[in-house]
Design a protein around this ligand. Sequence first.
Ligand SMILES: Cc1ncc(COP(=O)(O)O)c(C=O)c1O
Length: 442
Amino acid sequence: MQIVRKTKKTEKNSLSILLGEADEFAREGTRINIANPQSMADGIFGGKYLTICGQRMLDCSRLDYLGLGSNIEIKKIMKRSIDQNDLGCPASQIVMKTESTVSLEKKVAGLHGMDNSIIFTAGYPANENIIQALGLRMNTPHLVPYVRDTKMGLLSRETPTLFYVNTESHFSIQHGVRLAKAQAPDRCYGWIYKDTEQLRNMLQKSKSKFNGSPAVRVIATDTLSSATGRIFDIQELCQIAEEYDCLLYLDEAHAMGVVGQSGCGVASALPDFGNYADRCIVMGTLTKAFSHLGGYVALSNAKLSWFLRFCSPQYIFSAPIPPWMAESLVRTIDFVCGEEGAKARRNLILLSEVLKTALEAHGFDLMGSSSHIVPVRIGNEQKADEVKKYLESRGIIASLFKHPAVPRGEALIRFSVCTDMTFEEMEEITSKLVEARETIQF
Ligand SMILES: Cc1ncc(COP(=O)(O)O)c(C=O)c1O
């Protein structure tokens, strides 16, 4: 069948407005280098080596920290889970809950010493939905009609949620706060802080501003910064949360599977985390060290867990990860927490230390990284673009971070170390970066 297209050419219509903007974005976005994928791999997606324009590259942008993406045992686990289940997704977790999703909920909660968790399709929606839910609570748009027609939430309707967000937190957390504030500006306040002294001052000030009236206070932070590889002082944040009666929202996306003896992240490695667990909501993703899809928050209070899932739009209106993947994840988590995972973690730590020591010996600024995420400060964005291209021309792919992922003028190149890399490859990264600095002068 032939479709006749009837778009008036001269008048501004919806399509031409959008296309005009798209043209402009393509032109300007290409000029400032934000409108293209940073690297484009040919052919099969194949672990640590990728082919780009026919050349074999070492992929240091990969977040498969334990190398499970190419692990034969994990592939067997996945295949078995696929054989035992249908491939489709249930409608949504509010309509249909599968046994494997419930098993996964228990499994990920257990990683943090908690009893409850809420599963999402990735880390981003976990952050965005739960932060938004903490901000809006019963004022989340899909609940508003019910709240209006009943007396639900009458007692706490005027009680604000106050957020105190670490400036280095992932965009998904900051966006969740913005979404909540946009819906309820008079009820939901966001603060951004840089250090714990500043945080204490803000908490103190907000106490007097709200005149001692009740508020839900939420401190939110990554535990391990995705940009700088810094591990934050979660012990101190737990104490501050206790002192100022706050909830503590911890994003462990890059720590899960990697940090701690069993790979259970920064918070649960604290000797006295159990004392603070009741006021903590711990977020994790299954897309990085676990090499699957999925994200979650874990918490100890069953009623709060139940409440937050109903306040999360994606939980209600979108499909979950497929049951075969939930089942595969339960087995993969056992693998990661066991001896194989421990061996992979030990090697990862060793490789990361070798790379950081070599780079520091050459005078590079590693921005306080204390993990397997190794950034190199470049500063100037244009130079950072050039460094990225130079490395690529020498067979190394790294991630480029520019504003708004990092503050303006703080562009960096991030190398993420994975356990299946070699010591020779750590040397190669170092020598190519030294060459790049001589050529580009950063
Ligand atoms: C700190 C942090 N939190 C959350 C996310 C989102 O996780 P996902 O990629 O699983 O959506 C990322 C993504 O890289 C991240 O770096």
